[in-house]
Design a protein around this ligand. Sequence first.
Ligand code: ADP
Ligand code: SF4
Length: 699
Amino acid sequence: MGIDQRYEILFEPVRIGPVTAPNRFYQVPHASGMTNALPRVRAAFREAKAEGGWGVICTGACSIDPSSDDAPLPFATMWDNNDIRAHALMTEAVHRHGSLAGVELWHGGASVMNRASRLPPLSPSGIPWMATHVGFMGNLRPKTMDRADIRDVLRWQAEGARKARTAGFDIVYVYAGMGYLGYEFLLPEYNHRTDEYGGSIENRVRFVREMIEVTKDAVGKDCGVALRVSLEELRGRPGANQPSEAHELIELLADVPDLFDVKMDSSPTDCSASRFTGEGSHEPVIDFVKSLTKKPVVGVGRFTSPDTMVSQIRRGVLDFIGGARPSIADPFLPNKIREGREDEIRECIGCNICISSWHDGVPVRCTQNPTAGEEWRRGWHPERVERAAKPERILIVGGGPAGLECALTLGRAGHEVTLADSGRAFGGRLTFERTLPGLAAWNRVVDYRLGRLNRMTNVSLYLESALGADEIIDLAPDRVILATGARWTKLLYSAMEIPVGRLDGPNVFTPDEIAAGRLPDGPTLVFDFDNYYMGGVLAEHLAAQGVPVSYATPAGRASAWTIMTNELPLVHRALSRRRVSVATLQVLKSFDGEAATLAHLFTGEESRVACRSVLIVGLRLPRNELHDALVARSDEISAAGIRGVDRIGDALAPGAIVHAVHSGHKFARELGAAAFQPYRRDTPIVDAAPDFETRTAAE
Ligand code: ADP
Ligand code: SF4
C-alpha cells in the first residue's frame, strides 16, 4: 500500500539553517531518563525512531556546565570528551537512517538544586523556583548572576555547541523554557534586574538573544540553531506594541534562530495527560508564531492523527509536526503513514507513564510500547518479533492488556494462539475503566491490539468463554498462560502504612462492584490508598452520577502518585468542580452504616464523616483460583501434554496497565529463548580519563 496523497505534505523536506530535515516529523527534545551513563540504551532508543521515519531526532536536556545539575532527576551532559563519545553513538545511529540529530543544550538556572555538583544555582535575580513536590524541593537558594556569570554561561553555551558539533549533531538548541535559565530572564517574576538584562521586554530578551548569537558564531555554518521557548505565560501578558509579550518576543527574535520550537510553560500543561486535555491543545498559545517569523516552527500536541497533522501545516500553525509521546508510543508512526498503514499506528494514550519514568529517575517506560527503552538492553525491536523455531499451540486465558499483548506478540512470532475471555468484550479492566471520566483514550491499548489480532490467521479469539481447569485439560494446548487479572480487596490501612484488617458490610464497595454496575447508596466516602488514578476518577464518576462524595486518603494529596504523571493539580481541580471534599493524612478506622470514623495518620485524632456507603480503593490481589486449581492437578496437566502453566500481568503481580503490557510482551519474547538474562547492563563510555575539563574538550 502506498501513501494517501493527502498526507504527502508531511514528507516534504524542510530547511533548518544550513541543514535540511528529510520530512516534517520532528521528535522534539524529551526526557528519556537514560543519561550519559546508559549511552547504548539511549542510542538504540533514539535510533528506533529514526528507523521509523522521524526526520529529526533530539536528545533531552543536556547540561552545558556542572552548575546545571538536575540530580536526582536524570539528565544528559556535554561536559567533556567522554560525553562527546557517548552522544556520538546516538548521532551515528540517527544518521544511519538519514535523519538529523539535535541536541537540547540546557542550563537549568534556579530550577536545579545542584545536589551533585554542590555549586550555587544561577539565576537572574536570586529568585528561587519553589516546588511543592517533595522530590523536587531543595534548601539551596540561587546566586544572583553578575556580568561575569553571564559571560561564563554564554561561553559554556558556545563550548557546548562546539562539543555538540564534534559529537555529530546537526541541530543545536538554546533552551529558554519551562523555568530554566533563559526563561527566567524572560519573566519579570524571576528577573528583577535593573541593568540591560532586565526591565523592558527588549532587555529581558537580551540574554536569550546573546545565547543564540554565540551558538551561531560557534557552529552556525554547520548546524541549525534552534530556540526552544515557552510562551504560555508571556502570551497571557499584554505587550506594549503587540497583543502580548509572547508576540513581542517572537518579533524581536524573528530572524535570529534557524528554528522556533515553541511550547507551554509547565509540565502539566506542556505534557498534559489525555484525561484532561485533547490532541493539539497547544494551538491557542502558539498559533501566532508563524505570522511573525519566516523561520520554521515546530510544536507539539500529542499528535497521532495524520489528518490533524496535515491541518496544522495547511493552516499555517506549524512547519514540523513535533512529537515526544507519539514517538515513544510508536517510533514507526511516520513510516506507517508513508506506507498507507495509518490503522497500524500504536497511538499514544496520554497516560504520562513515560513522564513518571523521568520523575522516578529511570529509563523511559511506555504503556503502549513495551519495547521503549528495551531496544538495546533486551534486544526488542518495536516492529519486529523473531519467528519461533518451534511454533506451539498456546492458550491464553484472559484478554486484558496483558493477555492481548501476549497474544499479539506470540502471534507475530508464529505460534498458534487461542485467546479466551469470560467477558463480553476484550479489554479486561479497561472495559470499565475506559468509561470513566477522561479515560476513553486509554482504550487505544485494546483497539490497537485487537485491530492487529483480528487480522491474524494464527490467532483465535473467544469471548464469553469462562475457562476452568476441566476445560483447559480437555483442550490440551502445548502451553497455558494465565492473564486472569486481579481483584480489589476490602482491606484497610494501618498507621504503620501497611494494608490490614478488612471492612465488610452491605454498603462497603470496591471498584470491582462499581465496574459491575452497582451504584452506592447515598452519600459515599471514597477511601483511597491505591494512590494512583482509580480513587480520584471513581470519586469523579460517582459525583457525576449525582452521588454526594467525600474522599479520604492516608497520602498528603488526592491521587498522590499522579504527581508523577503531571495529573495531580488537575485531579484536585476536577474533584473540586464535582464538589468532592478531600481529607488527607487520614486512615479509615470504622464504618457503622451512618458515618465513617477517620483517624489522622500521624496524630491519631479522630473525626466522623456522615456517609451511607464506603468505597475502598486500596489493595489489589491476583485472581489466582484457576492457577491454584491447575497446580493442584499437575499430574493431569502433564498427562494432557501441557508443558507449562504460567501467569502474566496482574495475575502475576498487580500493577498499572504499563506493567501488564510489559509483562505480556516479555513472556512472549522470552518463550523459547535459548539463554536468559534479566537484561544487558550498559556502561558509561570512558575513552578519556574523566577530567571535567569542560573548557577545552571540544577541539
Ligand atoms: P491484566 O491487566 O493483567 O491484563 P485484567 O484484569 O485487565 O488483567 O484482565 C483479566 C481478564 O481475564 C478479564 O477480562 C477477565 O474477564 C478474564 N478472566 C479472568 N479469569 C478468567 C477465566 N477463568 N476464564 C476466562 N477469562 C478470565
Ligand atoms: Fe503515551 Fe502513555 Fe506511552 Fe507516554 S507512556 S508515550 S503517554 S502511551
